[in-house]
Design a protein around this ligand. Structure first.
Ligand code: SF4
Length: 243
């Protein structure tokens, strides 16, 4: 059973391993080349990822959720776009290093559009890259490409923000629940319990869900508790109820 569970959770890894085996049988030289490339990238990841994980832990633990929401949240507007562009542009390291950071930012309230801007600018408008571009292709080329690329990134971010919502990304985290409290953000103030004792209760200085809202109206009635929660720890998923 454990093997089956492992296989289910690591389908992609198994597919890659299978591809290697098939390639090794059909074209051993190419398989050796592919393996050498993979080892090269693995070594690179081992060097880069500790710093990235350290950064994600710093964001997770030291940057308040309100700061992320204010700077990169749905209501951050054009200022959020510019901050996201700046963050992506001054970053260093390969693009895959941006994914854990993006996930942390999304979990703490950054909007999908701003995460698209961070990822895209991380990939194509990094400052050190611009300096090299000027050196080889000239300032006019770099400037025109930069302006058009940034406009395209903003347009793509706005479109992705319309098509993909934060709740679509975090729905798996809810385990299908219509009301979720993130214990890591709960500061134990018990405001939610005082406002809606039927739905929340305290346990070991943290709020927990006592009862889930079962109708859209019940979920709507809990919105003030979400707004008042100082830790921004409460999330409602009314769409789960409709399913
Ligand atoms: S209002 Fe928020 S921070 Fe306060 S106890 Fe409830 S969940 Fe925790």
């Amino acid at each position: 059973m454990k093997v089956l569970d492992f296989a289910k959770k690591n389908k992609l890894l198994l597919a890659v391993a299978l591809a290697y085996v098939v390639l090794a049988l059909m074209a051993p030289t190419r398989a050796a080349g592919a393996l050498s490339n993979s080892v090269y990238y693995l070594k690179e990841m081992v060097q880069v990822l500790p710093a990235i994980f350290f950064l994600t832990v710093v964001i997770e633990v030291l940057v308040p959720k309100e700061t992320i929401i204010r700077s990169f949240g749905e209501k951050s507007g054009f200022k959020g776009y510019l901050l996201a562009l700046l963050l992506g542009s001054i970053s260093a390291g390969p693009i895959y290093a941006a994914f854990p950071i993006s996930k942390t930012l999304l979990n703490k309230g950054a909007s999908v559009a701003n995460v698209v801007i961070i990822l895209s600018s991380w990939a194509v408008v990094k400052l050190p890259m611009l300096a090299n571009e000027v050196k080889f292709l000239g300032p006019d080329f770099m400037l025109v490409r930069w302006v058009l690329t940034v406009l395209a990134i903003f347009a793509m971010a706005a479109l992705t923000g319309l098509l993909v919502k934060n709740k679509d990304l975090s729905i798996e985290k809810t385990s299908g629940q219509s009301l979720v409290i993130a214990p890591e953000y709960c500061i134990g103030c018990s405001i939610c319990v005082k406002m809606a004792p039927d739905y929340y209760e305290m346990q070991d200085n943290k709020a927990i869900v006592r009862r889930l809202p079962e109708t859209a109206e019940e979920a709507a009635a809990l919105e003030p508790t979400v707004a008042k929660c100082p830790g921004k720890a409460i999330t409602l998923y009314p769409e789960v109820i409709r399913k």
